[in-house]
Structure formats: structure tokens, C-alpha cells
Design a protein around this ligand. Structure first.
Ligand code: AMP
Ligand code: ZN
Length: 113
């Protein structure tokens, strides 16, 4: 998707603070962190949101959760973190490329919104 911000980050057209990358997944620090650890984990394939996950593309979502566990361990927050995906503008989704927020490092109860 040529007009998608996260596709531009994947292509390198827009820079990002990468924490993990493989053939199908990219993870980078959120530009407006809501917690000391705030990483976005995204599929390299353009999936608009969680409501567009299907039998055909869900393998990358399973892989994303493996990657999330690895990143959490690498960043030392494996014992306490939150994973959020917003689906649809009414749920707070502002970038319409599926992404999972990995949040940690402060009182997660206070972050529940
Ligand atoms: P959401 O509101 O769930 O769609 O999340 C989109 C997230 O992308 C927000 O937390 C933004 O701070 C973040 N974001 C927007 N632009 C960038 C960027 N260029 N690099 C990193 N994170 C970004
Ligand atoms: Zn995209």
C-alpha cells in the first residue's frame, strides 16, 4: 500500500527505531511512547486491522506473538507486559496497518484505557 505509513517504514522510506526484523515481521519503538517500553510489532504484509485476519494470513499473527515473547525477553520485561491492538477508528486505530502495541515498564493498571 503506497500511502500506508507502516508500509513506508517497512520499505525504509520513513525511518524507524527498529528493535527486531525478520522476513515477515518488523518491530520498532513507538514515536510517542505511552510507557518506558512501547514497541509496535507489525506484519510486513499489509493487513488493515485485526478484523481482516483470515485463515489465509493468520500464520503471520501467530509468528508476531512468538516475536513479542522474544522482544519482551530481550528488553527484560517478560514477566509483565501488555499487548494491545486497536481495530477501527472508533477503537482508537489511527494507522490502518495491523500492529500490536507491546507496553511495559510502568503500572499497567493505570494504562488501561
Ligand atoms: P494506533 O493508534 O493503535 O493506530 O497506533 C498507532 C501508533 O503509531 C501510535 O501509538 C503512534 O504514536 C505510532 N506512530 C505513528 N507514527 C509513527 C512513526 N513514524 N514511528 C513510530 N510510531 C509511530
Ligand atoms: Zn501498510
Amino acid at each position: 500500500m503506497s500511502d500506508c505509513l507502516f508500509c513506508k517504514i517497512i520499505s525504509g522510506e520513513i525511518p524507524s527505531d527498529k528493535v527486531y526484523e525478520d522476513d515477515t515481521v518488523l518491530a520498532f519503538r513507538d514515536i510517542e511512547p505511552q510507557a518506558p517500553v512501547h514497541v509496535l510489532v507489525i506484519p510486513k504484509v499489509h493487513i488493515p486491522a485485526a478484523n481482516a485476519v483470515t485463515a489465509e494470513n493468520s500464520a503471520v499473527v501467530a509468528h508476531i506473538f512468538e516475536v513479542i515473547a522474544k522482544i519482551a525477553a530481550d528488553l527484560g520485561v517478560q514477566d509483565g507486559f501488555r499487548v494491545i491492538t486497536n481495530c477501527g477508528a472508533s477503537a482508537g486505530q489511527t494507522v490502518h496497518h495491523l500492529h500490536f502495541h507491546l507496553l511495559a515498564g510502568k503500572d499497567m493498571q493505570a494504562l488501561l484505557a
